[in-house]
Design a protein around this ligand. Structure first.
Ligand code: NAD
Length: 283
């Protein structure tokens, strides 16, 4: 069996086109959807990510501002800047790029962002909204994975979904989203015994660990949907996920590639959240 590919690049492109259309409609009503991104320090990966976020935004018609601060910025100054952005009606989304310098308390910083502008979906209020089904912002990566399942018309009701990884930004919210669609959900993590015995029962597997070849063909039920969130560097420097793609694609029914899978969807969902923040503010 050769799995069908879920093309994250193509789906993200469709989503960006939709965002551009809705952004133009909002602008016609005099509202300019705007995202403020804060980068503290000079982490090279964060510099690349924030540049992408600005470019993605401007290409879809959203306004995006990148504010960069030195690594020795005080936490008090950062919190004051966030509060000013919270109070600015022209700013709809606020994103503080993580990781922050060690002298800052990341959770405290995130909790300072107004939940109405928390487009990363990392605020405890956003997590609570996801848990209870209240309106709020969903973290971009798991939200992008859900869009992929939606795009292939997959009905999760009664299916067994296994999420590998329990981080607050991927694994846990992913599990909540799958549960909300009436899947039976199992969360696996570093202390899980015999991972393969569990994943072999899964109709859907989401791998979000950060370990090359964590999920191999013998761990996958024939026909399962396999979503690979992982991002790892191979010895040759190339990007790869957590899934042994070449092996698993012979067993799975659907599979996402790395690169070109969850990554572009994560980027697209930030645009969706920013636009929705502006649409909600304009109501
Ligand atoms: P994390 O380090 O916070 O969490 C990793 C999780 O994996 C932990 O819950 C841990 O218990 C679990 N784990 C570790 N070893 C395991 C094992 N042998 N078996 C089962 N579980 C194990 O990581 P994160 O921030 O959730 O990110 C996970 C991966 O997803 C990373 O590779 C990261 O780069 C990637 N990621 C990709 C995107 C994207 O847009 N594509 C976005 C976010 C994260």
């Amino acid at each position: 069996m050769t799995a069908q590919l879920i093309d994250g690049n193509a789906l993200a492109k469709t989503i960006r086109t939709e965002v551009a259309g809705r952004t133009a409609a909002l602008k016609a009503r005099g509202v300019n959807p705007a995202l403020s991104i804060i980068l503290v320090g000079e982490d090279p990966a964060s510099q690349v990510y924030t540049k992408h976020k600005v470019n993605d935004s401007t290409q879809t018609g959203l306004e995006a501002t990148l504010e960069t601060y030195p690594a020795d910025m005080t936490e008090a100054d950062l919190l004051a800047r966030i509060r000013a952005l919270n109070d600015d009606p022209k700013v709809h989304g606020i994103l503080v790029q993580l990781p922050l310098p060690k002298h800052m308390d990341s959770q405290k910083v995130i909790e300072t962002i107004s939940p109405t502008k928390d487009v990363d979906g990392f605020h405890v209020a956003s997590a609570g909204a996801l848990m209870t089904g209240a309106p709020g912002f969903w973290p971009c990566t798991p939200h992008g994975c859900m869009k992929m399942l939606e795009a292939i018309g997959y009905d999760l009701r009664g299916k067994h979904a296994v999420v590998i990884g329990r981080s607050n930004i991927v694994g846990k919210p992913m599990a909540m989203m799958l549960l909300a669609k009436s899947a039976t959900v199992t969360i696996c993590h570093s202390a899980t015994q015999d991972l393969g015995a569990i994943t072999r029962q899964a109709d859907v597997v989401v791998a979000a660990v950060g370990k090359l070849n964590l999920l191999t063909a013998d761990m996958v039920k024939p026909g399962a949907v396999v979503i690979d969130v992982g991002m790892n560097r191979k010895a040759d420097g190339k990007l790869a996920g957590d899934v042994d793609f070449d092996g698993v694609k012979e067993v799975a029914g659907w599979i996402t590639p790395v690169p070109g899978g969850v990554g572009p969807m994560t980027r697209a969902m930030l645009l969706v959240n920013t636009l929705e923040a502006a649409e909600r503010a304009a109501k």
